[in-house]
Design a protein around this ligand. Structure first.
Ligand SMILES: C[S@@+](CC[C@H](N)C(=O)[O-])C[C@H]1O[C@@H](n2cnc3c(N)ncnc32)[C@H](O)[C@@H]1O
Length: 203
């Protein structure tokens, strides 16, 4: 999909994402468990409306990236409300960003690998940008391990992608296994369609 069109799709969803901040939905316990291990100088890619900000420790220094100006505006409001130190809000396409190697202690991606044209490239970037002893924390969705659900995901993927801007049938675990990262811990939920991953960059 053309990136301008995809950005507009997400711009239109910003209000909806902002309303979910602080809500105790199904994702709350996953975000809490994963992000309780975020620390230091944090990079969050595709931060959306800042849904993860409440879960970061008070002394964290956060760099938030998103290509949707409307999402970033909501993220600014969330940072202010939650009193979190977001040192930079970067409006840009993650796939073309250029941070120095080993810049961040923790890199977070939640529900974003579904959106990139080249998620394998993004995972490589995360590995490069992460400090050698740092953590890469992922909460992502993908194709279910249940064959019936997986077929439904395949069937609905084209229409979902067109309307929402992200894929619902990516083989997320294969992508992560092929990336230059080492998985330290993984948990799966919702019929194997949701993945919590604690990883570190490969040397
Ligand atoms: C499904 S939302 C998830 C938002 C947030 N991470 C969360 O967990 O609620 C996907 C986000 O990725 C952003 N996004 C998608 N593709 C992007 C890209 N190539 N570069 C930067 N941001 C992107 C969208 O604007 C949107 O905010």
């Amino acid at each position: 999909m053309d990136i301008q069109r995809q950005r507009k799709l997400f711009d239109r969803q910003a209000e909806k994402y902002a309303k979910r901040v602080g809500k105790r939905g199904a994702d709350h316990k996953w975000r809490k468990r994963l992000l309780s291990e975020a620390e230091g100088n944090i990079l969050e890619i595709s931060a959306g409306a800042g849904t993860n900000f409440p879960y970061y420790p008070g002394d964290a220094s956060i760099t938030a990236v998103d290509f949707s100006p409307a999402m970033l505006e909501k993220a600014r409001e969330t940072a202010q409300k939650e009193n979190k130190k977001v040192t930079a809000f970067i409006s840009g396409n993650v796939e073309t960003l250029d941070f120095p190697e080993h810049s961040f202690d923790t890199i977070v991606s939640t529900l974003s690998m579904c959106a990139y044209p080249n998620p394998d490239h993004v995972l490589r970037l995360l590995s490069t940008w992460c400090h050698k002893d740092g953590r890469i924390l992922l909460l992502e969705h993908g194709v279910s391990s249940n064959r019936v659900l997986a077929k439904l995901q395949d069937a609905f993927d084209p229409v979902f992608t067109k309307r929402v801007g992200c894929h619902i049938n990516r083989d997320l675990m294969t992508l992560v296994h092929q990336a230059p990262v080492t998985i330290q811990r993984e948990e799966h939920a919702l019929f194997g369609a949701v993945h919590l991953i604690w990883a570190k960059p490969n040397p």
